[in-house]
Write a protein that binds this ligand. Sequence first.
Ligand code: HSE
Length: 303
Amino acid sequence: MKKATVTVPASTANLGPGFDCLALALSLRNTVELYETSRGLEIDVEGEGEDRVALDATNLIARSAEVVFEKAGRRPAGLRVHAVNGIPVGSGLGSSSAAIVGGLAAANALVDARLTRDDLLRLATEIEGHPDNVSAALFGGLTLASHSGDELLVKALPVPPLKVVIVLPDLRLSTAEARAALPAQVPLKDAVFNIGRALFTVQAFTQLDFELLRFAMADRLHQPYRKALIPGFDEAVVAARKAGAAAVALSGAGPALAAFAPDRHWDIANAMKAAFEAAGLASRTFVLPVDRQGVQVQVSVTG
Ligand code: HSE
């Protein structure tokens, strides 16, 4: 029996000013195993979201695998999907991108479709609708993406070792809801503000310059509109800064927040947790190193 095993990292997208353009891969992984079987589709999921994700052909891993089978013109007789999720679902930590990249990369290996990482990136961006989380999931490290119509350019930049504080309030907020909160148009001065800050955010990460990050990680394009959906957002940001964070951003579309600091990571996490608690929300805390590997793929044949 042929089996493809893929592990995919979580990611924190936007990084403040880099809306839909910047992301950082994080060392928290989902594993996707695809098995060639004699017929049908079986799916089982363990770990994060095991009682929330679809277990039929609408499952995001299965749908993504199907895109590769379609493109390759080759498919297994039957398919078993076994997912072990470490990434919380609907959290702003790139769980849907991990499912998409996991499904695409595992299917690519299972049927030997020979799609390159760039091919997978394009397919993943089409399925996800924006390239930031899928880029980090595929390449690891800090990723820069620019996407418009058919044009897509992604670069992965190495970053020095860095730990990221993640605080995930217990709140259901879908990416669709968080995107619906955004205006269709923004003032030119806000766009210019974000361009400048995004440039310096990249510089701050590649040099690991926390003083620069303190200045750079500011946003006027999405966070001001989204924070109303997250009780305790402002208080958690203030608490993080008081506890030693150089910068704080909404992680992707939220509801998780990401805080950046050279040290005192757990103090920052606990201070943010206390701020959410005061706003009536329980939360989960993580301190995650940056992932520098991106998606990892293995194929085995048994029996
Ligand atoms: N850039 C995306 C957003 C990430 O902020 O909506 C979430 O998928």
